[in-house]
Design a binder for this molecule. Structure first.
Ligand code: MG
Length: 271
């Protein structure tokens, strides 16, 4: 089995300081949190940005600044979110790709979030995928249901994405797929050959789904974007969530990848 790739998603669009003081929201908080998570075993950092009121921001200058500083000060793989909560139009989402992060997220379909619809029509998906292909940015296909696996494979068929593909299964979000092992097995069984995959369990499902992924040979995303608790009633920090899954994976006999090993496993160019 390959070593485990740990992604940390430290910020996301939802948690604010009133929910947890540990969520990093300023440029410097996000960068320094990423560095601490690298020390604990993370090899990818999934970046969302906020404005001065902690609301999701689509300001490309903020994305740029974070990407540059993380590159300067760490060996982490930077994965920029192209998610729509911070700005739904294509222009806003495509701008973030121009600083050429090594990876970016790409949701290959539409789904309900707990209180809204997350709308990704085919033309928008194709435009984002095409731009990633042109700039040689590896997409992480964000999968909220089974149809999105097939949509991602169809992008590769049309040369809008390069094989092998990399997937992230988001499980346990209200409105989307439940966090059940049977569903995870079904998703993994249906992936195109040679694909790599990660799982993001939401809320209390984060640890449970992560352990399944470790044992199944997949990879893991943790962080406050998906879950703000370490255990019931105890708030987490990003670095503690990374440290826990790193420790448990090693206990289970699976080593944790350094960023350069993650680059090899994901078919990224060496840095
Ligand atoms: Mg995200």
């Amino acid at each position: 089995m390959e070593k485990l790739i740990i992604t940390v998603a430290p910020t996301g669009s939802i948690p604010k300081k009133k929910d947890t003081p540990h969520v990093p929201v300023t440029i410097e908080e996000i960068v320094s949190c990423a560095l601490r998570c690298e020390d604990e075993g993370a090899s990818i950092v999934h970046i969302h940005t906020r404005d001065e009121h902690e609301n999701p921001s689509d300001d490309p200058r903020v994305f740029n600044e974070i990407v540059e500083r993380v590159r300067e000060r760490s060996n982490l793989i930077v994965q920029v979110s192209t998610g729509g909560r911070a700005g739904t139009d294509l222009k806003s989402r495509i701008q973030r790709l121009q600083m050429r992060p090594e990876m970016a997220s790409l949701t290959t379909g539409s789904v309900n979030f707990p209180n809204s619809a997350y709308v990704n029509p085919p033309d928008l998906i194709e435009a984002l995928a095409g731009e990633m292909r042109r700039l040689e940015i590896k997409p992480e296909m964000e999968v909220f249901d089974l149809s999105m696996v097939n949509n991602a494979a169809a992008l590769a068929d049309r040369d809008l994405a390069k094989r092998p593909l990399h997937f992230n299964f988001v499980m346990g979000l209200k409105g989307a797929m439940p966090a059940k092992i049977a569903h995870l097995v079904h998703l993994v069984t249906g992936l195109p050959a040679e694909s790599t995959w990660t799982v993001s369990g939401i809320g209390a499902a984060q640890l449970k789904m992560a352990i399944h992924a470790v044992l199944m040979g997949g990879n893991v995303r943790v962080g406050l974007e998906d879950n703000i608790y370490y255990r019931k009633g105890e708030l987490a920090t990003n670095e503690k969530l990374v440290a826990r899954i790193s420790r448990l994976s090693k206990e289970l006999g699976r080593e944790v990848a350094e960023p350069d090993e993650a680059r090899r496993i994901l078919h990224l160019s060496p840095r």
